[in-house]
Ligand binder design. Structure first.
Ligand code: SF4
Length: 352
C-alpha cells in the first residue's frame, strides 16, 4: 500500500461514525501526553497533561484586495479599514508582551501595503523585545519568505481554505487569491526558504469536511517526509457565521469537529494542534484536554484592537451590534488569565 493510500485508509477509519468516538479521543489524548508532556511520568498511557502554548494574533491590516465570499474583510465590503505602521504594531506587541504573551501571530489581509519588507521589519523589532513572532499573511515567493525568515520569523500559518478546486474557484472569484496553484504551493515555498514551523489549515464549512481533512493530511505528509527537521502544525477554523448573504454550505457538528482534531493527532502524533477563539469555552476546554497544544486567548481581529482601540473591552458588544470591523466573531471571550487558570487547574503546563 502506498503512503497516500495508507493515510486515506487510516483517516477514513478514524472519521467513520462507526468507529467509537471515545476510542478515538482516548488514543488522541494518550499520544498528546506521550509527545508533549514536559514530565516523563505524565507521558505514559495514563497521562493526560502536557505543555500548552498560549498565543495571540495581532491583526496589522484589514485592507484586502481579495473577494473571499465568506470573509468580513473582503473587498469591497464596507468596513472601516486600518493598516498599522511598524511603530503601531510594536506598540500592540509590547502591550501583549507585558500581559505575558511571547508567542504572537502577525495577521493581515492581502494588500500592497503588506510587503515582505514591512513584515520583516516588524519581525526584527519584535525579536528585539524577545517576542516569538509568526505570520499569517498572503502567499509569497521563496525570496520574500527568505526575507521574512532572515528577520527572525518563527513560523507560518496559511489556510488553503478548501482543497476542492471547483469550490475554491467559486469562493474566490477575483483577486490574486483566485489562483489555487499559487496558494496550494505556498507552504512548500516557505519551507524551501527555511521557515522553521509550517502551519496548515482548512476553513471548515466550505466543502465536504472529511475529504478536506484527508487531502490536507496527504499534502502535509509529503512535506513532513521532505522536511523532517521542521515543526508542523494544523488548525481547523470553523465558520460559524459568514458575512451577510453567505450561507454556510457544509455545517460541521461539534462531534465531527472533535473527531477531526483527534484524527489529526493520531495521524500526526508530533504535530502542534492549534485552536482559535472562534469556538466556545466549553468546546475549547474539551479539546484542550484531548489533543490541542496551542491555544489563542483574548484575540482581537481588528487592527489596533489591543492598544489603539481603547474600547477593545467592548468588542463583543460591538460585534453583536453590527458595528464590527474584525474578520470573524470571537466566541471565547474569557481573559487570558481565566483561560490559563483553567488549563493549569486541569494540569497542563501553560507557556505564554
Ligand atoms: S479571507 Fe483573507 S484574503 Fe480573503 S478577503 Fe478575508 S482577509 Fe482577504
Amino acid at each position: 500500500m502506498n503512503f497516500a493510500l495508507s493515510i486515506e485508509k487510516n483517516a477514513r477509519h478514524l472519521l467513520n461514525e462507526e468507529t467509537p468516538l471515545q476510542t478515538v479521543m482516548e488514543e488522541a489524548q494518550r499520544l498528546t501526553a506521550q509527545h508533549f508532556s514536559l514530565h516523563s511520568s505524565c507521558g505514559g498511557t495514563k497521562g493526560r497533561h502536557w505543555r500548552m502554548q498560549l498565543y495571540v494574533p495581532i491583526y496589522v491590516s484589514s485592507f484586502c484586495v481579495n473577494q473571499c465570499l465568506y470573509c468580513g474583510f473582503r473587498s469591497p465590503h464596507s468596513i472601516q479599514r486600518k493598516h498599522l505602521s511598524v511603530e503601531e504594531t510594536v506598540g500592540e506587541s509590547q502591550y501583549l508582551l507585558q500581559r505575558g504573551f511571547k508567542s504572537q501571530l502577525i495577521v493581515a489581509g492581502e494588500s500592497p501595503k503588506v510587503s515582505s519588507t514591512y513584515l520583516a521589519e516588524i519581525i526584527r523589532h519584535l525579536r528585539l523585545i524577545d517576542v516569538v513572532p509568526s505570520i499569517e499573511v498572503a502567499p509569497m515567493s521563496v525570496e520574500q519568505y527568505e526575507e521574512i525568515v532572515a528577520g527572525g520569523c518563527h513560523g507560518i500559518t496559511l489556510f488553503q481554505e478548501t482543497f476542492d478546486r471547483t469550490l475554491y474557484a467559486k469562493y474566490h472569484p477575483a483577486g490574486p487569491k483566485s489562483s489555487y496553484e499559487w496558494r496550494v504551493h505556498a507552504l512548500e515555498r516557505a519551507a524551501e526558504a527555511g521557515m522553521p514551523r509550517i502551519g496548515y489549515g482548512v476553513l471548515l464549512g466550505l466543502a465536504e469536511p472529511q475529504r478536506e481533512l484527508i487531502t490536507m493530511m496527504e499534502h502535509a505528509a509529503k512535506m513532513t517526509a521532505k522536511y523532517p527537521d521542521r515543526t508542523f502544525a494544523f488548525s481547523l477554523p470553523r465558520i460559524h457565521e459568514g458575512p451577510t448573504g453567505f450561507a454556510i454550505p457544509y455545517q460541521v457538528t461539534d462531534e465531527l469537529f472533535v473527531r477531526m482534531y483527534c484524527a489529526l493527532r493520531i495521524v500526526f502524533p508530533k504535530a502542534e494542534l492549534v485552536l482559535s477563539t472562534r469556538e466556545t469555552p466549553e468546546l475549547r476546554n474539551r479539546l484542550a484536554s484531548l489533543c490541542i497544544t496551542q491555544i489563542s486567548a483574548e484575540s482581537s481581529t481588528e487592527p489596533g484592537g489591543y492598544v489603539l482601540n481603547t474600547q477593545k473591552k467592548s468588542d463583543s458588544a460591538k460585534q453583536s451590534g453590527g458595528n464590527f470591523n474584525g474578520q470573524f466573531l470571537i466566541t471565547d471571550n474569557r481573559s487570558a488569565e481565566e483561560i490559563a487558570d483553567w488549563l493549569t487547574q486541569y494540569g497542563h503546563d501553560v507557556q505564554w
